[in-house]
Design a protein around this ligand. Structure first.
Ligand SMILES: CC(C)(COP(=O)(O)OP(=O)(O)OC[C@H]1O[C@@H](n2cnc3c(N)ncnc32)[C@H](O)[C@@H]1OP(=O)(O)O)[C@@H](O)C(=O)NCCC(=O)NCCS
Length: 219
């Protein structure tokens, strides 16, 4: 899909392409446009070689909303689509026909003490989404959103949470994992490459220099 915006004189002022190719880049560059956002689609084969070591549990509607929003908004505070989510933003996704609480995995921040009722909140989440076959694509098991509380980054939790999501998807018979990631999100890209993901396609937005970063409208 290629969407173009032209000025009244016919000059190209914005271009969006998914999947983007060399011809899109050529057209945009000729018009003096710059790449303002690139989101990569990565895929991997399922199941992975080894399962997750994380003890996750499913999202509980009516109980986990506030903790999810806290961690999501901290982890994604820089993100064009995923930042500043409100309770309404979350409620809308929870009401989607594809929503499955068993595929929305949370990692509790467990207290090491004796108090079993002690609730420390959550450290991380991995929300999955299943896409039925479409066109030439097989059924896809998506890592829809993955986030770790920034105070716990770099401890291996992100990697194990993605594994947990992929384990859940593979257990449903899915053989292809998929996700979207900003092309400049280096920590996430490194994590996904280590897990065996590779680039499938690229969604690009080109605009005049200084233009705001556009929303992707995904999910
Ligand atoms: C991406 C994210 C989930 C990784 O979680 P994590 O628990 O820190 O990940 P891990 O500890 O398993 O580390 C994964 C890799 O990222 C690296 N990494 C983690 N934090 C990093 C940082 N701030 N800067 C650079 N690299 C970082 C780790 O070193 C590791 O790479 P290595 O194996 O080469 O050392 C986490 O950074 C996060 O929540 N980011 C914000 C939300 C996000 O970007 N989600 C992915 C959207 S597609």
């Amino acid at each position: 899909m290629r969407t173009v915006v032209e000025a009244p004189n016919g000059a190209l002022v914005a271009l969006e392409a998914d999947p983007a190719g060399a011809e899109d880049a050529r057209l945009a560059a000729e018009a003096g446009l710059v790449l303002v956002r690139e989101v990569l689609q990565l895929r991997c084969n399922l199941p992975l070689e080894r399962p997750s070591t994380c003890r996750t549990r499913p999202f509980r509607a009516g109980a986990d909303e506030a903790e999810f929003l806290r961690v999501n908004n901290l982890a994604f505070r820089w993100h064009p689509d995923q930042s500043d989510w409100t309770a309404d933003d979350l409620a809308r996704r929870l009401a989607e026909p594809w929503f499955d609480a068993d595929g929305f995995l949370l990692l509790d921040d467990e207290d090491d003490g004796d108090d079993e009722d002690h609730d420390e909140g959550i450290l991380a989440f991995c929300w999955t989404k299943v896409h039925p076959p479409a066109g030439t694509d097989p059924a896809l098991g998506e890592i829809f959103v993955i986030g770790v509380d920034p105070t716990a980054h770099g401890r291996g939790l992100g990697t194990e949470m993605v594994r947990a999501g992929l384990d859940h998807l593979a257990a449903q018979g899915l053989t292809v994992g998929m996700l979207h990631v900003e092309a400049d999100n280096q920590p996430a890209l490194r994590m996904y490459e280590r897990l065996g993901f590779s680039r499938h396609s690229s969604h690009q937005w080109w605009a005049r220099p200084g233009s705001p970063v556009p929303a992707a409208g995904r999910g």
